[in-house]
Design a binder for this molecule. Structure first.
Ligand SMILES: NC(=O)c1ccc[n+]([C@@H]2O[C@H](COP(=O)([O-])OP(=O)(O)OC[C@H]3O[C@@H](n4cnc5c(N)ncnc54)[C@H](O)[C@@H]3O)[C@@H](O)[C@H]2O)c1
Length: 242
């Protein structure tokens, strides 16, 4: 039977590519975004997330098979923490009862290469312990939010796996999406791209293939992993096993 997958941030970039790919494969997608999706919701607030859960429940009362918590922002600091960390967790925890009704439930979060590179030590860990660190972010909110959601995935995935729900994260490097459009104007970009072993940035569709696998029944034994899809940059930057 066709699977039903909830994709947040489905109106643009990576989320849109995931939704397109799953639909091409004949699956049902319930897209969530600020506009231009089946469910319109602002995932930066607890109320917005609760409204999203209610709307998805109305559309799929018998349950959903996968949730891809992908919506994200690049700035400012406080909004990064609100959407990329709290919004992703509220999405996954809020939809977990619907997921639990699937015979093969899967959950995927969009983290970032920033979990490994760019976040100052300690802040992400502090956020994931429930501490308020907003006055210490100083422009690092994006990297900290992504590292914090990476911590959450590592911490929570074993608990979810015991309940039969496989939870993983994808950590993209640079992907050609509207989020990156402004950064691409930066004159340092060619030098940055030269540090990527594959020598280029990713197309959203390349990422979508990986998300589709992690959200599928074919992913039958993978849980708690932060999968880097970054043209080899993470391995080149920190070759030690960690
Ligand atoms: N593009 C990259 O290079 C890159 C790299 C690493 C990680 N990521 C992550 O990938 C994910 C997708 O990013 P993208 O590059 O496709 O960007 P994008 O800007 O094209 O898409 C992000 C989507 O999230 C939605 N969104 C933002 N705030 C929201 C909110 N409060 N409520 C509901 N929806 C909201 C936006 O409306 C947009 O449709 C993000 O989590 C981003 O951090 C992107």
């Amino acid at each position: 039977m066709a699977r039903t997958t909830v994709v947040t941030g489905s109106a643009s970039g990576i989320g849109r590519a995931i939704a397109d790919l799953l639909r091409e494969r004949g699956e049902r997608v319930i897209g969530v975004d600020l506009k231009g999706a089946e469910v319109t919701a602002d995932l930066s607030t607890a109320e917005g997330c609760a409204a999203m859960v209610e709307a998805v429940t109305m559309l799929a009362p018998d349950g959903v098979d996968a949730v891809i918590a992908n919506a994200g922002v690049l700035q400012p600091d406080a909004l990064c923490i609100a959407v990329n960390y709290h919004g992703a967790i509220r999405t996954l925890e809020g939809l977990r009862p619907l997921l639990a009704r699937s015979p093969a439930p899967r959950a995927v979060v969009t983290a970032s290469l920033a979990v490994a590179i760019g976040a100052p030590t300690g802040l992400a860990e502090a956020i994931d312990r429930g501490e308020d660190v907003e006055d210490r972010l100083d422009g690092t909110g994006y990297a900290v939010s992504k590292r914090a959601i990476g911590h959450w995935v590592r911490r929570v995935a074993p608990i979810w796996a015991r309940a039969g729900i496989l939870l993983n994260a994808v950590c993209p490097g640079l992907v050609e999406t509207p989020m990156q459009a402004a950064s691409m104007e930066n004159p340092q970009v060619p030098a940055m791209i030269a540090t990527i072993p594959m020598g280029r940035i990713a197309r959203p569709r390349e990422l979508a293939e990986l998300f589709a696998f992690l959200a599928s029944e074919a992913n039958s034994y993978m849980s708690g992993q932060l999968v880097f899809a970054d043209g080899g940059l993470e391995a080149a930057t920190r070759p030690e096993l960690c």
